[in-house]
Design a protein around this ligand. Structure first.
Ligand SMILES: Cc1ncc(C[n+]2csc(CCOP(=O)(O)OP(=O)(O)O)c2C)c(N)n1
Ligand code: SF4
Length: 305
């Protein structure tokens, strides 16, 4: 079994300069800093318009020490394929190609290019940082905004539709690796990116990103809010390899303890959910209880057999 990274074994080299243009308490800042440590210096990043382009800084300054290609909104994965081909032509295939896009640039406008690359089996990592909205342009709803969240264009009742399950869509492509992570569990993110580097084809990693201004909480609570999302069972940390799904880290701990934190704690921590009724919260709690109840039962079946 590979050893898990700890705070003491994390590489010391920083590939993100101290100070950047992200908001205070931004979960993306944490994920980006730790993610680049896992990717290492031989990496080319492909980034569409998003908070990450803002975080990078305006020419002539840059917050990252890696080469980064800013591309159009829909074309991250197609550009990654192009960069791969260019590297092949130059015999520089040791350089890792990484698409790093927001949920809008992945779940909505970027999905056809990503699906095409996954089907072709192009060899790159695609990271979606999911702050659950088009945050850079003022908090509009995206396909991955959760149901009932208030956004700039769902201001009356919140979003009526459910969150799009992009990791499952990617897993359905039969690619070598799909994983979910959270900025609030950065060492888990580090280990999953490190694993993805060793595997062929498109590897897809979905990172849940607390966003203080977009979700409506004080910046100092970013890590806490992100942890609650996992500890309530609303979001799961898992890996899919060879079509086999396995819960990991803090989600596996829920199985060990057989206990979920009440989901109301998560909803009450953010003003975007302030119009949710008790019935709506109860409905989601019931859905979580039955989903996790099935996990608990299947583990008990395995333990008994
Ligand atoms: C084709 C196109 N449509 C719209 C925009 C404007 N735009 C720039 S960034 C952005 C939001 C990106 O949202 P997301 O991908 O979720 O990343 P986030 O801003 O949340 O980090 C939009 C709509 C654009 N640049 N190109
Ligand atoms: S809007 Fe949200 S995701 Fe974007 S930089 Fe600010 S905190 Fe980060």
């Amino acid at each position: 079994m590979p050893t898990k990274t700890t705070i003491l074994t994390l590489p010391k080299e920083e590939l993100v300069h101290p100070g950047n243009r992200a908001c205070t308490g931004c979960g993306l800042s944490i994920a980006y800093r730790i993610g680049l440590k896992a990717l290492g210096p031989d990496t080319i990043l492909i980034v569409p318009p998003s908070c990450l382009t803002v975080l990078q800084g305006l020419f002539p300054v840059a917050s990252t020490k890696l080469p980064c290609l800013n591309v159009t909104f829909a074309s991250t994965a197609a550009a990654a394929t192009g960069v791969l081909e260019a590297l092949k032509a130059q015999n520089k295939e040791h350089i890792k190609v990484v698409g790093w896009a927001g949920d809008g640039g992945t779940a909505d406008i970027g999905i056809q290019a990503l699906s095409g690359a996954a089907e072709r089996g192009d060899d790159f990592i695609f990271l979606c940082y999911d702050n659950e909205g088009y945050m850079n342009t003022g908090v509009q709803r995206s396909g991955t905004t959760p149901q009932w969240a208030l956004t700039a264009n769902t201001p009356i009742r919140g979003k009526l539709q459910q969150k799009k399950d992009v990791p499952s869509i990617m897993a359905a492509h039969g690619i070598s690796y799909v994983a979910t992570c959270s900025a609030s569990f950065p060492l888990d993110l580090y280990d999953k990116i490190s694993k993805a580097i060793t595997l062929p084809g498109v590897k897809y990693i979905h990172i849940h990103i607390p966003c203080p201004p977009g979700w409506g909480f004080e910046p100092r609570y970013s890590v806490k809010v992100g942890r609650l999302a996992i500890e309530t069972g609303l979001y799961e940390l898992y890996e899919v390899e060879n079509s086999h799904m396995k819960l990991t880290g803090a989600s596996q701990k829920i199985i060990d303890k057989r206990a979920l934190v009440p989901v109301s704690e998560y909803f009450m921590s953010q003003s975007r959910f302030k119009l949710m009724s008790e019935t709506q919260i109860e409905e989601i709690q019931n859905q979580l209880n039955s989903r996790w109840g099935r996990y608990f039962e299947s583990i008990e079946d395995i333990e008994e057999s």
